[in-house]
Write a protein that binds this ligand. Structure first.
Ligand SMILES: Nc1ncnc2c1ncn2[C@@H]1O[C@H](COP(=O)(O)OP(=O)(O)O)[C@@H](O)[C@H]1O
Ligand SMILES: [Mg+2]
Length: 401
């Protein structure tokens, strides 16, 4: 790394939230970094600053959901009571029900008989509830729907708990690739191709292939897949078109992507990939939210001095590993020093300062690679965030950068 420490541009989240041109905010990132928390906190803050907001959450922890008035998956935005709201802002929140969203698409786009046929199909049922990428796809689908109602002036989107942040952008293609894929084509050839075309396929050894597949996956499953795809074919075009529409909507300047990461190697590496991918896909990136950043109220006392002070309180020869408290096998601190609490506190402080330094190095490395990406930090709270008051604290921390 270079001698200079790179300083990122500041991400002004309040300006983003207040700008009426901001219509969609998407919070992306790898698992567990704080996407859901950030999305909810931004939604609350925007509403309290006067906007009409809906937050589309995907997997809120139960207590957080309850605090926003959500009792279960129901796929409908519910008003969140804001006791001390200023201005005339409003907040709605909903939890995405992936299967229900899928069912609604089928109901809306296939005639009733056909819809019924699809909905009861076991293959459809497993696809709609467990296919990798379905949740991401449905989050996009729901976003498109919410946007079309034009009922809110800001939609904040939380993204599914995927291993990779990229899954969100990959999902529409993945789903259509799957439905369009070779395996599906092979399996469904007999119902798709008719007359001569089918005969040709059969002559090319296809009968034998189907025979083998039938043996492996079972005749019933094969029939399920075949009927499903045949019925689905009619609305498949619509699926792809809407996915492409939503994709284009995401590329417009009214959308702001926020990449959320914790100051840890894996999360920041993933954030880097995602930033690069957004730029390849020409998606508008607003910045990086570095969540759960540590601070110390006594930052002027360095790790080294703190450790030295702890050593000084120990008798000669009892320093280092020998004087770890009982847990590590050494004698308890209280037996080797008259100041066990002071030693423990100094050591904790030294650890905290080392953590802060490590976090700073990681974030500088990110900024060295992406110098133009604005960054906002959120302080690690001592407890999980599970109510409106907690969300408000996160929003304040975000704006206080
Ligand atoms: N700044 C923070 N300080 C303390 N806890 C946090 C913070 N941000 C998130 N959390 C907690 O971390 C956990 C994971 O956050 P969550 O938003 O569900 O992550 P994700 O949606 O990315 O999987 C939750 O228990 C949440 O309360
Ligand atoms: Mg989440």
């Amino acid at each position: 790394m270079s001698e200079e420490t790179p300083t990122p541009p500041r991400l002004d989240t309040d300006r983003l939230l207040d700008d009426p041109r901001t219509r969609i905010i998407v919070c992306c990132g790898s698992g567990g970094v704080g996407k859901t928390t950030t999305a909810a906190a931004l939604g609350l803050r925007a509403a309290e600053r006067g906007r009409h907001v809906v937050v589309l959450t995907v997997d809120p922890a139960r207590r957080l959901a309850q605090s926003m008035g959500l009792s279960g998956l129901d796929n409908t935005p519910r008003p969140v009571p804001l006791p001390d709201a200023r201005g005339d802002g409003t907040l709605h929140a909903m939890m995405l029900d992936m299967k229900r969203t899928f069912d609604e698409i089928v109901e809306a786009h296939a005639d009733p008989d056909r819809a019924e046929q699809i909905l009861v199909n076991p293959f459809y049922q497993s696809l709609s509830s467990s296919f990798a990428g379905t949740q991401e796809y449905m989050a996009m689908e729901k976003l498109g729907q919410l946007r079309r109602t034009d009922q809110w002036d800001l939609i904040v989107v939380d993204t599914p708990p995927s291993r990779s942040a990229l899954d969100f952008l990959d999902a529409p293609q993945r789903l259509s690739r799957f439905l369009d894929g070779r395996l599906i084509k092979l399996l469904t050839a007999p119902t798709r191709a008719s007359g001569r075309a089918y005969l040709k396929v059969v002559n090319a050894g296809f009968g034998m292939f189907t025979g083998i597949v039938t043996k492996i996956i079972g005749a019933q499953v094969l029939r399920d897949v075949q009927t499903f795809v045949a019925a689905f074919d009619t609305m498949f075009g619509g699926f792809r078109e809407r996915a492409e529409d939503t994709y284009r909507l995401l590329q417009t300047p009214g959308t702001a992507f926020l990449v959320v990461a914790t100051p840890e190697p894996d999360a920041l590496r993933e954030a880097s990939y995602f930033v690069e991918r957004l730029s390849e896909d020409r998606m508008p990136l607003a910045g990086l939210i570095l969540n759960r950043v540590h601070r110390s109220p006594a930052a002027r006392l360095s790790a080294a001095r703190s450790t030295a002070a702890a050593e000084a309180l120990l008798p000669a020869g009892a320093s280092g590993d020998n004087a770890q408290s009982g847990a590590n096998g050494g004698p308890p601190l209280a037996e080797v020093t008259r100041y066990p609490l002071a030693v423990a506190a100094l050591r904790l402080h030294a650890e905290r300062m080392q953590l802060i330094a490590a976090e700073r190095r990681l974030s500088q490395r990110f900024t060295a690679a992406h110098p133009a990406v604005p960054v906002a930090r959120v302080i690690a709270q001592p407890e999980d965030v599970h109510d409106l008051a907690g969300l408000r604290v996160i929003g304040e921390s975000l704006s206080d950068n």
